[in-house]
Design a protein around this ligand. Structure first.
Ligand SMILES: [Zn+2]
Length: 246
């Protein structure tokens, strides 16, 4: 089972780990994937795209969680590449911090948006996705309130500037399922087999069970701009936004 270092320290970018499995592709791209005993690389999931960076001096092109392992797809970057690591080898990893930090700012901005919309209208989120510094989220509005775009931009930017601290907690499942905020954000959908629930708490604004990486306080996000509102059908309205420097 790969230990997920980013769950406890989203600011960790350099680490060493042991290769526990290797697989080569038959394709012409020469890509190889390796599984590690621990990793700081975030695998695609929960609406947050995977990290990039280097492992054993090779470029990490994709990161996926499959079962208990995180697989890192390595691509040759040309002359000067190190040899492909073998099972049992110790490798050094370096996460591309610029991309990761943009994703952390974006992910936190989305939680702030959820909190603001819930507090103001009591409307739940139904889905979302992000790229570095841009994102979309769907909400159960029907119809959207008058002046919605400018209003959420104002409310979110106020909350970001108010610099709410963000805490990551690990709660026993029994405790988490009794928390009103976590019930609202559908903690019950987490498989019963998960006995410890990771909670991302924007203290006083939004609390959800979440496996993503977040900044330490909301001011670190910067500001948001609502770029588009879309009608995706009855009871489903999409907000598109981008993150800009404060
Ligand atoms: Zn999240």
């Amino acid at each position: 089972m790969t230990e997920l270092l980013y769950l406890r320290d989203a600011y960790l970018t350099s680490f060493t780990a042991t290769v526990v499995d290797v697989r080569s592709s038959d394709g012409a791209d020469g890509a190889t994937a390796i599984a590690l005993d621990r990793t700081a690389f975030y695998p695609t999931g929960g609406g947050q795209p995977h990290d990039t960076g280097t492992l054993a001096g090779l470029a990490v092109a994709d990161v996926r969680k499959e079962g208990q392992h995180v697989w890192h797809t390595l691509t040759a970057s040309g002359a000067g590449d190190g040899p492909l690591p073998a099972v049992g080898a110790t490798v050094s990893g370096e996460v591309d911090w610029s991309r990761r930090h943009q994703l952390m700012r974006t992910h936190t901005a989305l939680h702030v948006l959820c909190g603001v919309i819930w507090n103001e209208w009591r409307v739940p989120v139904t889905g979302g996705n992000m790229e570095p510094l841009s994102a979309r989220m769907d909400f159960e509005f029907d119809p959207v309130p008058e002046g919605f775009g400018p209003r959420i931009e104002e409310l979110v930017n106020e909350a970001l500037a108010a610099d709410y601290p963000i805490e990551v907690q690990f709660l026993p499942r029994d405790t988490a399922v009794q928390d009103d905020d976590l019930i609202r954000t559908k903690v019950s959908l987490i498989p019963e087999s998960v006995t410890e629930i990771r909670v991302v708490d924007i203290v006083g604004l939004d609390k959800q069970a979440d496996g993503g990486t977040h900044v330490r306080s909301t001011n670190e996000v910067g500001r948001i701009r609502v770029t588009k509102l879309e009608n995706k059908g009855k009871g489903n309205k999409r907000v598109r936004l981008e993150i800009v420097d404060a």
